[in-house]
Design a protein around this ligand. Structure first.
Ligand code: GBH
Length: 559
């Protein structure tokens, strides 16, 4: 059955290629686009790795910590694969000193981690009182980093909202959270800002709002895609701006740090680049992923992207609503949100191919609001995560897009990485990750050297295997493997540790360095070798169309 399908795919692709005409290059190896480029990063480039509190700390109720929405969610049967929880996770609550030694061994000068709001304010509010043990914990982590020559970059919100704020207000759908977040942020600036100079208010609001308040696949598990998703985005944008202004007014002159937000975005190509509707659809995809938050904050015009405002209004009216389901900012809000950044924090992993597809659905829904259908090229290597494909050139195109559309900001890549499946014994020869990193890091270098993009930092996700949200411990993103069956949670370096270490030590890929030779030797193998490239070059629109069909059938069967 399988082989029949494959033969059918190939026959159809050969036949339909000439008929449909246009060749697409999204899967093919294109030497002009994909060749290795030796060279070094600018002096002082920041090499980093990232983690997040709920994913690594454990100690979920230690020393006065309050319950977060992820504690509640993971303790609810059926929400996380196998019933995995972050109760212990990597036990970094106890093992942070060891973690810092892992970083030191890598030669890292930067580390991005997040604070658990409920470790500091157990019920999320200043009025509810501060938990000194939680403050002490973060003071210890920060001091340990600095003592080892590592600069901390702190995320205030990496998804673990105080459960009390969820219960009291319904979470991010409520504007009441703006002040509570500002209070928490202000406390953090005040308490840690003498030593912490790089702050990120929110990690990936897109994920918070689409998964937490849309699909319900993440905490707090609300399923209300067409309304709550947008309300959530609205509150988060205002909360970010409010915290940025607090820093700007009260702390910047004394502490001299920087505050921004981290947005997630995959790169998107049009299915048929000769079809204007597809080209517009591909851009619309980027507007819904990134522009939703980037346009209000990073453009001088401010407000939500016009493409998003227009289409959601039109859909809302057609569905019988009196006004757009996308909330409106006042003129004063637009003005005070615009420009609330010091750099552009970017999490990037994967790419997609998008086709215009008008939807007339009557149910309000974030996905059908976008009028598009999305797929991938069949040749793209896939990670253990269902959404993650290796498309190194996608990061270069996205970086250039950010430069062109958002005022040429300093870009800090705050996450980029690859997952393999959990295995026994664990996968320590992580060739897939190695190939991913060498490809993506090299494309970042091209973005800097050839496109003049102002990239200042590159951050690998993650320092070590950790709690991968609704996937529990079944997907592994770490440079280090962690044994979650052992109470001591031992960490073991994977092969990519020595690779990343060499890249950092050489500040890239200078001619003559061992790491450069290694990359050259592996470059072909990482792309499936010359045989793989030839096959990829034969791919055409017909095959891509079939992949849409197969994806559609697959989705249908999985419903
Ligand atoms: C990051 O988010 C998180 O910040 C981090 O905590 C996490 O562990 C890490 O990545 C690995 O997952 O449904 O096809 O539209 C992940 C970024 C962006 C992944 C959006 C899923 C949606 C894919 N995510 N993406 S799709």
């Amino acid at each position: 059955m399988m082989s029949v399908t494959i033969v059918a795919l190939f026959v159809t692709s050969f036949l339909s290629g000439p008929v449909c005409g246009a060749e697409y290059d999204y899967g093919a190896y294109d030497p002009a686009r994909d060749a290795f480029r030796p060279g070094q990063f600018p002096d002082g480039f920041f090499w980093s790795t990232a983690t997040a509190s709920y994913q690594i700390e454990g100690g979920w109720n230690a020393s006065g910590k309050g319950e977060s929405i992820w504690d509640r969610f993971s303790h609810t049967p059926g929400k996380v694969q196998r019933g995995d929880t972050g109760d212990v996770a990597c036990d970094s609550y106890n093992k942070y000193q060891e973690d810092v030694q892992l970083m030191k061994n890598l030669g890292l000068r930067f580390y991005r981690f997040s604070l658990s709001w409920t470790r500091i304010f157990p019920d999320g509010t200043v009025a509810g009182g501060v938990n000194q043990d939680g403050v002490d914990y973060y003071n210890n982590v920060i001091n340990e980093l600095i003592a080892n020559g590592i600069t901390p970059m702190v995320t205030l919100y990496h998804w673990d909202l105080p459960q009390a704020l969820q219960d009291r207000y319904g979470g991010w759908v409520s504007g009441e959270l703006v002040q509570h977040f500002d209070d928490y942020a202000t406390f953090a600036f005040q308490t840690f800002g003498d030593r912490v100079k790089y702050w990120i208010t929110f990690n990936e609001p897109w994920v918070v709002c689409t998964a937490g308040y849309g699909s319900g696949g993440h905490a707090p598990g609300i399923q209300d895609s067409g309304n709550s998703t947008y309300l959530c985005g609205h509150t988060i944008i205002k909360s970010h701006a409010s915290a940025w202004h607090s820093y700007d007014q009260t702390f910047r002159s004394v502490q001299g740090g920087q505050v921004s937000i981290t947005l997630s975005c995959g790169w998107t190509e049009p299915f048929d680049p000769d079809l204007p509707a597809d080209v517009i659809a591909a851009d619309r995809d980027l507007q819904f992923q990134m522009g939703w938050f980037a346009h209000p904050i990073y453009t001088s015009q401010g407000d939500y992207p016009p493409a998003m405002k227009d289409i959601i209004l039109q859909k809302s009216l057609a569905q019988g609503f009196q006004e757009s389901r996308l909330p409106q900012f006042t003129a004063a809000e637009i003005a005070s949100i615009s420009g609330t950044y010091d750099f552009f924090g970017l999490n990037h992993y994967s790419s997609g191919i998008v086709k215009d597809k008008v939807s007339t659905g009557q149910d309000p829904n974030f996905w059908t609001d976008q009028d598009l259908e999305s797929t991938v090229a069949p040749e793209w290597p896939q990670a253990a995560s269902s959404w993650l494909y290796s498309v190194p050139w996608g990061i270069r195109r996205l970086l250039r897009y950010i430069k062109q559309n958002y005022n040429d900001p300093e870009i800090y890549i705050t996450e980029n990485g690859w997952s393999e499946e959990e295995a026994d014994p664990p996968i320590l020869e992580d060739t897939g990750r190695l190939c991913f990193y060498m490809g993506y890091i090299n494309e970042v270098l091209k973005a800097i050297d050839l496109d003049g993009v102002n990239v200042r930092a590159y951050t690998a996700w993650s320092l070590m295997d950790n709690f991968e949200w609704a996937e529990g411990y079944t997907e592994r993103f770490g440079l280090h493997s962690v044994d979650f069956t052992d109470p001591n949670r031992p960490r073991t370096p994977k092969q990519s540790v020595s690779f990343y270490k060499d890249v950092i030590a050489n500040n890239g890929f200078p001619e003559g360095a061992d790491v450069t030779t290694m990359v050259r030797n592996m470059w072909e193998e990482c792309r499936g070798g010359p045989a793989g490239w030839a096959a990829a070059t034969r791919a055409n629109v017909g095959l891509l169309a079939l992949s849409f069909l197969v994806t559609a059938m697959y989705n249908f069967l999985n419903m």
